[in-house]
Design a protein around this ligand. Structure first.
Ligand SMILES: O=C(O)CCC(=O)C(=O)O
Length: 227
């Protein structure tokens, strides 16, 4: 509700104030205590943050309403087009370059705004962009990498929401090569924070065991959008 005639702050500003208040009041008691990584990074797995019903609805509406495109990469000088599909959304049409190619962010759609708000409330973090991946089945995965591009705010949390088929997700330490894996359920949230991207790589290994599709959303913070 707003007072008649009083200026109305944009919703994102209101949300930011609410989040700061909630953080001060320690209202984020959903945050898991356990770190999946043994050292040099922070990864929290919240389990399902959406019901099966909500997860099914979001899976189907994202499948239909997102502007999916085949991903592209330059690998060993060759231009590769993946069967996995990808999409990039954000507060502003900022450019995100990874694997040698650049994408321009599309404006948020309703479903993404709703999921983003839920994740911001659960985690106490804010995000200004989201990379989505669509894996049609277990043949499609993602190779070892870190989300450490210069355009991303350094050490900012990255929140990963999974919908659809359950898949294994793995981390490997860059120096010690120690690894950890976790199964990401339908409707689940995983948050990578601290120095995770500096010290660890992660991947979604391909598997012959999974025949169904999965959608993953990683909410991120672009540095360029903060100024
Ligand atoms: O699909 C996933 O869970 C992983 C996606 C990922 O690693 C990324 O977007 O950087």
């Amino acid at each position: 509700m707003s007072l008649k005639g009083a200026p109305v702050a944009p919703i994102t500003e209101n949300l930011r104030h609410l989040l700061t208040f909630a953080k001060i009041m320690d209202l984020f008691n959903d945050i898991p205590d356990m770190n999946i990584l043994p050292y040099d990074g922070e990864v929290s797995y919240y389990g399902a943050v959406l019901s099966k019903f909500e997860s099914d609805i979001y899976f189907n509406s994202l499948l239909n309403n997102i502007e999916w495109r085949n991903d592209e990469a330059i690998l060993y000088g060759k231009h590769i087009i993946t069967s996995r599909k990808v999409a990039w959304y954000g507060d502003k049409p900022f450019n995100y370059t990874y694997s040698g190619t650049t994408k321009q962010a599309l404006p948020w759609i309703k479903e993404l705004e709703e999921i983003k708000e839920l994740i911001e409330i659960k985690t106490g973090e804010t995000f200004n962009s989201c990379l989505l991946n669509l894996y049609h089945n277990g043949d499609e995965g993602m190779a070892w990498h870190s989300d450490d591009e210069k355009a991303l705010k350094k050490n900012a949390a990255i929140a990963s929401l999974s919908l659809g088929a359950e898949r294994k997700f793995s981390f490997k330490h860059k120096q010690t090569k120690e690894s950890r894996s976790i199964i990401l359920e339908h409707g689940s949230l995983l948050v990578m924070a601290g120095e995770t991207q500096i010290n660890w790589t992660h991947r979604l290994p391909p598997t012959k065991l999974v025949k169904k599709a999965r959608i993953n959303l990683t909410f991120r913070t672009m540095e360029s959008a903060l100024s």
